[in-house]
Design a protein around this ligand. Structure first.
Ligand SMILES: [Zn+2]
Length: 172
């Protein structure tokens, strides 16, 4: 079946190792949110400008809400001290001391920097892994709106599961 709307099917391609991870049903937290029709991000560009600024892979993840393949970047097991910036607008999103090592091929953080990310409802069937599309909580950059990843539950913890493609690490 053809997706009705790509933006509403923010694809979250998951490897078998992430199967134990429960994504948090967005409906529990975000239903009834007011419409965003008059909302404008602080950093905006035309589609042509985004395509110029970002690599093909960055564009797919950040502007189309796609998900990289697990283990795409080395950040998933990077313990170097520093600050992770948004590839779309350079906002400082995460600190390395909030990094949470997980063996799933994405970059996990316990939380973001203050006022760095927003969440939205994201409807996906995980590339057909679910019988029907379900709502999940997407994490995106507060300043440019770039898609970063999702909030997921790993064991007892709620973590930010982020595409390394959307991040740049600046050493401390
Ligand atoms: Zn940004």
């Amino acid at each position: 079946m053809k997706p009705r709307n790509n933006l509403n099917r923010r694809a979250f391609l998951v490897g078998s190792t992430i199967a134990a991870t429960g994504a948090i049903p967005a409906a529990a937290c975000a239903k009834g949110a007011k419409g965003m029709s008059d909302f404008t991000y602080e950093v905006t560009h035309t589609d042509a400008e985004w395509r110029e600024m970002l690599t093909k892979d960055e564009y797919k993840v950040m502007r189309e809400g796609s998900t990289e393949f697990p283990f795409t970047t080395s950040y998933w097991n990077n313990n170097d001290p520093g600050t992770y910036h948004c590839k779309g607008c350079d906002l400082e999103l995460y600190e390395s001391d909030q990094y949470s090592p997980q063996e799933m091929g994405f970059v996990f953080f316990r939380h973001s920097n203050t006022n760095a990310v927003l969440t939205a409802i994201d409807v996906t069937d995980y590339h057909g892994m679910l019988p029907e599309p379900k709502e999940f909580l997407e994490v995106h950059c507060r300043r440019c709106g770039g898609h970063l990843g999702h909030l997921v539950q790993v064991k007892e913890e709620i973590l930010h599961c982020i595409n390394g493609t959307a991040l740049g690490l600046r050493a401390a």
